[in-house]
Design a protein around this ligand. Sequence first.
Ligand code: NDP
Ligand code: OXD
Length: 314
Amino acid sequence: MTILLAVSGWDLQPWLARLHALLPGREIVTPETIGDRAAVDYALSWRHPSGALADLPNLKAIFSLGAGVDHVFHDSGLPDVPIVRVVDADLRDRMSEWVVLHALIHLRQQRMYDWQQDQQIWDEDIDQPAAADIRVGILGLGALGADAARKLATIGFDVAGWSRSPRDVETIACFHGADGLEAMLARTDILVALLPLTPQTRGILNAALFAKLATDGRLGGPILLNAGRGGLQVEADILAALDTGVLKAASLDVFEVEPLPKASPLWRHPRVTISPHNAAVSTPDAIVRYIADQIAAYERGEKLRNVVDRATGY
Ligand code: NDP
Ligand code: OXD
């Protein structure tokens, strides 16, 4: 009854404390402290070091500590057991907060008012469209994209979404497939990327896609919000599109290389708003609760939920 916590780049202490609290009686080990590899039942991964999950003959499942699983698949020696991803209200609500926040920052031109405050300028005479005047297109209508879509629609935005297979989200215009993408982009003023990173989606946010966005919107040009994965975006194309006016602005939470290198021109670009891949953080409180519940259900004989499809990569 051992759980292997294989994590890179995070402080382990809060995770260990929460695991001990919610899974009493289990030994919790890390790749550094692991003893008997045959005792490990479950592995918990966030960007685990390649090979850390190999040679665990009694492993039953791998739990990603986030919604995305691209960080699990980077390991070519991954054991053939179910991979479970996070689908959780806490994570979902945090992501929708980020999407709504940034949609509103752009709708209400907050970056410009920040500048005006800095310059002590009082200018009331600036065009202020209503949310209903702004067409939002969401790439990815999954657990996160569908929730963000509903919340943006509640505020009044005119929302559409795009997925691989047909989806039905109430009050949202739903598109799918290659033709659906073109149609959605043509009616999009604010593009929100909430796709998983897979071989099919890598680099999708590129010059060719930006050129298909609506050019007749009320915001003075299309705006990109990406909180999916940095690998979805071609940063050179974003910078070029910002400089040529193909894009008006961007809010980015994820980057091709993380942490974003100091030399990246994105840091100082006046029309780029950056957050450090924390649009929706995984908290030990919520995520260990989710995993402990899944383990308890599995050991009662129930099926694991939110198991990743290895063929599609998400
Ligand atoms: P889901 O698996 O629930 O949803 C993914 C959506 O993307 C689905 O609608 C799916 O289509 C669609 N999709 C996948 N591949 C394609 C494709 N090739 N073409 C069109 N649509 C596609 O994932 P979540 O909503 O839970 O999470 C989305 C991503 O958000 C995560 O994978 C992760 O990368 C990112 N994330 C980022 C965080 C952050 O803090 N920045 C935090 C949490 C997650 P279909 O419905 O047909 O399956
Ligand atoms: C996730 C993330 O995938 O935080 O959950 O990026």
